[in-house]
Design a protein around this ligand. Structure first.
Ligand code: IPE
Ligand code: IPE
Ligand code: MG
Length: 247
């Protein structure tokens, strides 16, 4: 039986977040430049998005480019920026066909005007779609996001719009780039790296983590299904005892 067939339809994770890692190593293993890996990584994004639409996943968040990735060689950064904004532009039609809404989280101020315009246009043209929400984390890092939220909250406290005693978890959540998006149920990282790399550190507090050796361009529907089947076997306790959960 395939993993796809083993998935329980009544326990599909509502929000899946993925650290798409291993494009460079995938290309290197084929004697190719890193760029080739990134191009093939985009094809994997397409496949996984279709799979999530079919499975009825509500939110798919993909870590595409981190704040720290700005420190890569300029040629790679420029290539990635072009590749991503072009891929998103091309994807708009298909997104509408599949009722997918595109959202981008991250520090958009660091992008070129052209990239930013492409992304804003994609968000605008898909904003009425109420199927899968595809959230692209681009120029994103959790520490950047938290610092940004702290600044906004401090400004409100300073102007008197908010009293510090009103600051609670919900208020902090509502100042993050993911405001309104439920926390991920399942976080997947490909390529055999066992770290978070500055991704959704607040939001992943109670997510189930899944790591695979598979490199991102090879990650397909069956690999995704395997991760979901694994997730479905877990007991999410949120600090309680097993007995409390099974009641
Ligand atoms: C992930 O693949 C894509 C980005 C971080 C943009 P990498 O480019 O990190 O590939 P490896 O980890 O070097 O194999
Ligand atoms: C994490 O991958 C960021 C993205 C997938 C966008 P990296 O390849 O940048 O992570 P590190 O440097 O190995 O932690
Ligand atoms: Mg990497």
């Amino acid at each position: 039986m395939t993993y796809r067939e083993q998935i329980r339809k009544d326990r599909i994770p509502r929000h899946i977040a993925i650290i798409m890692d291993g494009n460079g190593r995938w290309a290197k293993a084929r004697g190719k430049e890193r760029f080739f890996g990134h191009q093939n990584g985009v094809l994997a994004v397409d496949k996984i998005t279709v799979a999530c639409v079919e499975l009825g996943v509500e939110y798919l968040t993909l870590y595409a480019f981190s704040t720290e990735n700005w420190n890569r060689p300029t040629a790679e950064v420029d290539f990635l920026m072009d590749l991503m904004s072009e891929a998103i532009k091309k994807y708009i039609e298909k997104a509408c066909k599949n009722n997918v809404r595109l959202l981008v989280i991250g520090d958009m101020s660091r992008l070129t005007d052209k990239s930013r315009n492409n992304l804003n246009e994609a968000m605008r043209l898909t904003e009425k779609n109420d199927g899968l929400k595809l959230v692209i984390a681009l120029s994103y890092s959790s520490r950047w996001e938290i610092v940004d939220a702290v600044k906004k909250i401090a400004e409100k406290a300073k102007s008197g719009e908010l009293d510090p005693s009103q600051i609670d978890e919900d208020l902090v959540s509502n100042h993050l780039t993911t405001a309104g998006i439920p926390d991920p149920d399942l976080m997947i990282r490909t390529s055999g790296e066992y770290r978070i790399s500055n991704f959704l550190m607040w939001q992943l507090s109670y997510s189930e983590l899944y790591f695979t050796e598979t490199l991102w361009p090879d990650f397909d529907e069956e690999e995704l299904s395997k991760a979901i089947v694994d997730y479905q076997k877990r007991e999410r306790r949120f600090g309680k005892t097993s007995e409390q959960i099974s009641k």
